[in-house]
Design a protein around this ligand. Structure first.
Ligand code: IPD
Length: 290
């Protein structure tokens, strides 16, 4: 049986408290202090610290006590093959999203706590303790920034007049055939930015997928595209964005519906009308190289 609106609101409240009281203060205190003490994972720009792992343990423990029947997938503890997202309620969390920012002391690291049910993001909390920004939402209950409702802006949504978040990410290999192929990413940036291509107003980069999605949700950015991030980077932000009136589609052409673990996404704010929003997405897809 699906979780009720009230149950989702209670979970949202629990996640907000966990983020504000237990996780946020650690991120704030330790940001910028670990430059001599980080490790790399898949490659030398895929970074992790002991604090990421410590925070994930705190979150996992708190959620296991409160929701013993829910599944848990976390960035620092997942095992390959163990990431299948089924129908059951599953927390998908990133203890620190924007770990590189965290290590360098750039104030865009946050915790990203999401919940999926039936494969759909239904609750999300993203907290940036440096800027004191708490984004939170659950299905049917609205989306909020620090307790105040947020909605995507609905002004005319043309690709040319947009600013988009684009991330290089930590997958920068040219050889791969996947969504992380760096040549495809670069060609897409060029196609979007150049006066020979879409000639958009500009690109931005928070260095955190969760922050990018929340900024789209709050109408501060028009869209966010990335190939190569993971379900824990986007799950919480996805829930906040859809509850604020935006949408997530695939980052590659003709993917109107994508699973949360797709790894290539386009998150878009609302348009005045649905056809306008669809046109924006199609115009964007036409600029994706490869
Ligand atoms: C990364 C950030 C970054 C995005 C990468 C993610 P992490 O997450 O969200 O902005 O470009 O794709 O992996 O490693 O800081 O948790």
């Amino acid at each position: 049986m699906a979780l009720t609106k009230q149950q989702l609101k209670d979970i949202e409240t629990h996640l907000v408290e966990l983020a504000a009281k237990e996780v946020g203060p650690i991120i704030k205190e330790k940001a910028g202090t670990l430059f001599e003490a980080f490790d790399d994972k898949a490659n030398q720009v895929d970074l992790v610290t002991a604090v990421d792992k410590k925070i994930e343990a705190i979150i996992k423990d708190s959620l296991a006590k409160q929701y013993p029947d829910f599944k848990f997938i976390g960035e620092e503890t997942f095992q390959p093959g163990d990431t299948a997202i089924g129908k059951e309620p599953t927390f998908i969390i990133d203890p620190i999203d924007g770990t590189t920012n965290f290590i360098h002391g750039y104030p865009y690291s946050c915790t990203s706590l999401g919940l999926v049910e039936n494969g759909i993001p239904v609750c999300g909390v993203v907290f940036n303790p440096h800027l004191d920004m708490m984004f939170h939402a659950s299905a049917g209950n609205g989306a909020f920034l620090n307790g105040k409702p947020i909605k995507v802006t609905e002004r005319d949504l043309t690709l040319q007049q947009s600013i988009l978040a684009l991330e290089a990410g930590s997958e920068r290999s040219s050889g791969s055939s996947g969504d992380d192929n760096f040549d495809i990413k670069q060609a897409t940036y060029k196609n979007l930015l150049s006066d020979q291509g879409a000639y958009i107003h500009g690109s931005r980069s928070c260095g955190s997928a969760a922050m990018n999605m929340c900024f789209v949700a709050a109408g501060k950015l028009d869209a966010y595209w990335e190939g190569g991030c993971w379900a824990w980077d986007v799950c919480a932000g996805w829930s906040i964005l859809t509850e604020a009136g935006g949408m997530v589609v695939g980052g590659n052409p003709n993917e109107w519906k994508v699973p949360v673990d797709d790894r290539c996404y386009l998150a878009v704010r609302g348009g005045c009308t649905e056809p306008m929003q669809k046109k924006f997405v199609e115009n964007f897809w036409s600029q994706v190289a490869g």
